[in-house]
Ligand binder design. Structure first.
Ligand code: NI
Length: 130
């Protein structure tokens, strides 16, 4: 497949749906995805993979249920964080936010186990760029 450079700004401008990642490229067997997010996602966990977040714009908060208790990490624009495999987490964005995710191809946005998925959250392995 011929590869051309991809503008993340243009990729983000090409869709409006929240919590519905687009796959911008792949690295070996990992996807690079971008998503627009605002408000709450859903508690979920990925049993077989870590999940990498980079905040491109806005602010992402990720609630975590760890063995020592629950805490929330705050990621301003330009921050990265990796949720370890198996850890229940719930992303939340207090303002319109753009994120980049790096995770194995086929990883489902709502994980291998999750609370009831609200209507505004897309359960997907990522959509192709339009
Ligand atoms: Ni996740």
């Amino acid at each position: 497949m011929a590869q051309e450079p991809i503008s993340l700004d243009r990729a983000l401008d090409s869709f409006a749906e929240q919590w519905s990642p687009r796959i911008v490229t792949a690295v070996n067997d990992y996807d690079v995805r971008v998503a627009k997010v605002e408000g709450e996602h859903v508690w979920h966990a990925h049993d077989h993979t870590d999940e990498f977040f980079l905040v491109l714009d806005g602010e992402l908060r990720i609630a975590l249920r760890e063995p020592s208790g629950e805490r929330t990490v705050v990621l301003p624009k330009g921050s990265v964080f990796t949720v370890p495999r198996g850890v229940e987490h719930k992303p939340h964005a207090p303002v319109p936010t753009a994120i980049l995710l790096f995770e194995p191809t086929g990883t489902v946005t709502t994980g291998d186990r999750h609370d009831e998925v609200p209507a505004h959250v897309d359960t997907t392995t990522g959509h192709a760029l339009g």
